[in-house]
Design a binder for this molecule. Structure first.
Ligand code: PMP
Length: 401
């Protein structure tokens, strides 16, 4: 983060360009946002289905606020339940084909808290190399060890397990359904199969997969045609496709039941989700069910955007044509320059540099939504190609860190 601030500040100073980091918008989170009185086409939000500002979602949040107040004010075990929690949990459990689910206040804390609760010293988490940082927080919280296998590579997992499984008591393999930095889809079936051979439990982070993958948006489980018990823990967030805020975990009834009464930070000793966030997520699920055309539009937009960028010779790394579209622009200052220049031309897309990606893997990341128009995609592709070619002509900018 220090690096990122230094990068952007340096670009800002060197070229007198606007700063895309911590940009203050003056309008709702939508495909077009207002900034300093100007309109920006927004590619920076994980608002895949355009639900964050959907009138029905906003109204449901208001209704929940009216019915149950602004805050849970304490953990559920202390302050009690509202019917909306159980309603959302039951729907999520059905969608993941499992017994039960638990909703939480934060996706990050769900990973950290669930892993912190489940593992202990003597245990190990074997994680995909691109796993989200919240998982590592949980491993540290648990006092367990973390090992890594090559991204999306079941054979790499097998080698790690062959070498190391015997050194640990319990083992949890953790991967994602849809990787947020690279736009790759997790090979859940193959990885879970290897994990099972070595007596490991499996957890899948569905943050960018739920509402995006699968014919009806039920995530990577639906896309891969897996039963709910193909893995042990399905974790997800309400903050991305569902346009709300919070997290969830879904799985076996005993596991979820134990977490509800014992898992600190994710269930106990931390306030329950604000009613408005759960109301909003429920309304978003209704729209997901009733308007499958949103998913169709999302994937059509993703396909078109990848085609437009590929035609313009841009480097999309290992991305697989999903609604997460990284454009690799190695070197921190160049990526900062490109993001700033895009901003000047009305396009908001976030620059990513170390430590979020390894040095050399700097990128501008575009999140497509169902609501982007074809014109907006063409405009962004043209502006991006211009910005990247201008950045390539800059003198060697060195490193801002
Ligand atoms: N997992 C992944 C893969 C994520 O990308 C994120 C957030 N970007 C989270 C978990 C945390 O979710 P939240 O923002 O809802 O806390």
């Amino acid at each position: 983060m220090a690096n990122k601030r230094a990068t952007i500040a340096a670009v800002h100073e060197q070229f007198g360009m606007p700063n895309p980091v911590f940009l203050t918008r003056e309008s709702p989170n939508d495909t077009v946002i207002r900034w300093q009185g100007r309109q920006l086409v927004n590619f920076s939000a994980y608002n895949y289905l355009g639900l964050a500002n959907h009138p029905k979602v906003v109204q449901a949040a208001k209704d929940a606020l009216d019915s149950y107040g602004a805050s849970a004010s304490a953990s559920r075990i202390v302050a009690g339940e509202i019917p909306l929690y159980a309603e959302l949990e039951q729907r999520l459990a059905v969608m993941y084909d499992v017994d039960d689910a638990m909703v939480t206040t934060s996706g990050y804390l769900t990973n950290a808290g669930v892993i912190g609760f489940l593992l202990g010293s003597g245990d190990v988490a074997i994680c995909d190399a691109l796993i989200h940082r919240s998982v590592s927080s949980g491993v540290r919280w648990a006092g367990a060890r973390q090992l890594t296998f090559r991204h999306n590579d079941p054979e790499s997992l097998r080698s790690v397990l062959r070498m190391a499984r015997g050194n640990f008591d319990r083992a949890l393999v953790v991967l994602e359904g849809h990787y947020s930095m690279d736009g790759t889809i997790g090979r859940v079936a193959e990885i879970a199969q290897v994990a099972r051979e070595f007596d490991c439990a499996v957890m899948v982070d569905e943050a960018h997969s739920f509402g995006v993958l699968g014919e009806s948006g039920r995530g990577v489980r639906e896309q891969a045609g897996l039963a709910g018990d193909a893995v042990d823990i399905w974790m997800g967030t309400l903050s991305k496709a569902l346009g709300s805020c919070g997290g969830f975990v879904a799985g076996d009834a005993d596991l979820i039941g134990a977490m509800k009464v014992c898992a600190p930070g994710v269930a106990t000793l931390s306030g329950g989700p604000a009613p408005s966030t759960i109301g909003a997520a429920l309304a978003a699920l209704d729209i997901l069910d009733r308007e499958p055309q949103r998913l169709t539009r999302l994937w059509a937009n993703a396909g078109l955007f990848h085609t437009l960028l590929t035609e313009r010779g841009l480097d999309l790394g290992v991305s697989q044509g999903t609604p997460i579209c990284p454009v690799l622009i190695p070197q921190e200052l160049r990526v900062g320059y490109v993001a700033s220049r895009l901003l000047q031309h009305g396009i908001y897309a976030g620059p990513i540099s170390a430590p979020a990606v390894p040095p050399g893997g700097e990128r501008v990341r575009f999140f497509l939504t169902s609501e982007h128009t074809t014109d907006q995609l063409h405009l962004a592709a043209d502006q991006l190609a211009d910005a990247v070619s201008a950045a390539e002509k800059l003198p060697d900018l060195g490193d801002a860190s």
